[in-house]
Design a protein around this ligand. Structure first.
Ligand SMILES: C=C(O[C@@H]1C=C(C(=O)O)C=C[C@H]1O)C(=O)O
Length: 394
């Protein structure tokens, strides 16, 4: 019989299993791990979670962790040892690492722009066919190396300067001597479920913010007026509404599409709220239907994912997946893992993607990924070339 959970040795149940999800409303921080959920693909998450809570009676009735982008890849969830309450030290002040960095673009920005051109061509060519991909999200990464260890508490301290986003850290499966963590500050709620109420707040369609208030307002107005960005956005909201509606008595986006701004980006966002027909519907069942949404993958999903894996050229791992928690009644809250980096020791890999539709401009999409890198790079105190930023250099 398959094992439902793996109790961890005392040596493993230590600070390497720090988890944090600090949303604008609530902060969940845990330390240590009692046991890991049996790992598996998203389709079996609901069943694994049910079996876990049916057989496990000790400890906090909670699982926290991360889902990868690829629905066929194994997730990584665990039962935390302790919940840390109150305003105890989530973060620390000071630079996240020394100011000497080596940065390698993977892929190079110019190769990414070429991949976007290629993608736009593929989207235009198949228009009209049943498997026609209407949108695909392409990403690139920066592989960073510092000459000293990267402090995750300090990184989180800097990310917390932006109150509009959800800071997170989640341990990732150990692949070498060091346990990597996924660390970031996401603006995007994939799904929350509490009782019969479900909420999703997808984002798609973006522009970089400007320090100049006049230019910043212009950027916002241009985004609100952009046909291409609204088309890109609607693909996401329609998919989420269509997916959730069979489960809901009511589900709607009554506030409409509005600007959702972080410290560095403006996005088009639509808050979707639903009342479930059956409040016992497990959050994991809904996650398996929603993830990955066209905000990070595309439409149709399978064809877009195939196109991405052909064009992108690297494994996204847990980037563009989700981080969150599930409790014993299968309520839960999951955020899209974007504006993030995989961090281990002196190394980090930062990711950023952009939605591509017919009409996307390769240079603008490349610039959009640079703008999206900025949230993590600002927190690390460097620019895209690894040079120290002026405000952090002192
Ligand atoms: C893929 C990312 O962001 C997603 C893509 C967006 C877009 O294409 O406009 C906007 C927000 C996110 O849903 C990322 O930040 O890496």
């Amino acid at each position: 019989m398959a094992k439902i959970f793996s109790p961890l040795a005392a040596s493993t149940a230590n600070a390497s299993h720090e988890f944090l999800l600090a949303t604008p409303d609530r902060r969940l921080r845990t330390q240590g791990a009692l046991c890991e959920l049996e790992r598996g693909p998203l389709i079996s998450l609901r069943e694994r979670v049910e079996r876990f809570f049916a057989s496990r009676t000790d400890g906090i009735p909670l699982l926290v962790g991360a889902l990868p982008f690829d629905v066929l890849a194994d997730d990584y969830l665990f039962q935390p040892a302790h919940e840390v309450s109150g305003e105890s030290k989530l973060s620390a002040e000071g630079p996240a690492a020394s100011s000497r960095w080596i940065v390698k673009q993977e892929p190079a920005a110019k190769d990414f722009a070429e991949a976007v051109s290629h993608c736009v061509k593929a989207l235009s060519e198949n228009a009209g066919s049943a498997s026609h991909v209407r949108k695909a999200v392409l990403s690139r990464s920066l592989v960073l190396e510092s000459d000293s260890a990267i402090s995750i508490p300090r990184l989180l301290g800097r990310l917390a300067h932006d109150p509009s986003v959800t800071q997170f850290r989640a341990p990732l499966p150990q692949t070498s001597a060091l346990q990597p963590s996924l660390v970031g500050a996401t603006p995007e709620l994939l799904l929350s479920k509490r009782g019969a109420t479900i909420v999703s707040h997808p984002l798609a369609g973006s522009s970089r913010r400007s320090a100049d208030p006049v230019l910043d307002r212009q950027a916002m107005r241009a985004l609100l007026a952009s046909e291409k960005d609204h088309r890109e956005h609607r693909i996401v909201t329609e998919m989420i509404l269509d997916t959730l509606s069979p489960y809901c008595l009511t589900v709607n986006a009554s506030e409409g599409t509005t600007i959702r701004s972080t410290a560095s980006m403006h996005h088009l966002g639509t808050r979707i709220v639903g009342k479930l027909k059956d409040e016992a519907t497990p959050v994991a069942e809904l996650l398996a239907l929603l993830h990955p949404t066209p905000a990070v993958c595309g439409l149709p999903r399978r064809e877009a994912a195939d196109l991405i894996s052909r064009i992108e050229g690297y494994d996204r791992g847990f980037y563009a997946g989700a981080v969150g928690w599930i409790d014993e009644v299968q309520n839960g809250e999951w955020y899209v893992s974007i504006r993030c980096a995989e961090v281990a020791g002196r190394h980090a890999r930062v990711f950023a993607g952009a939605g591509i539709v017919v009409g996307s401009d390769p240079q603008k999409e490349t610039e959009e990924t640079s703008a999206k890198f900025a949230a993590m790079l600002n927190a690390l105190g460097i620019d895209e070339q690894g040079r120290p930023l002026q405000e952090h250099a002192a």
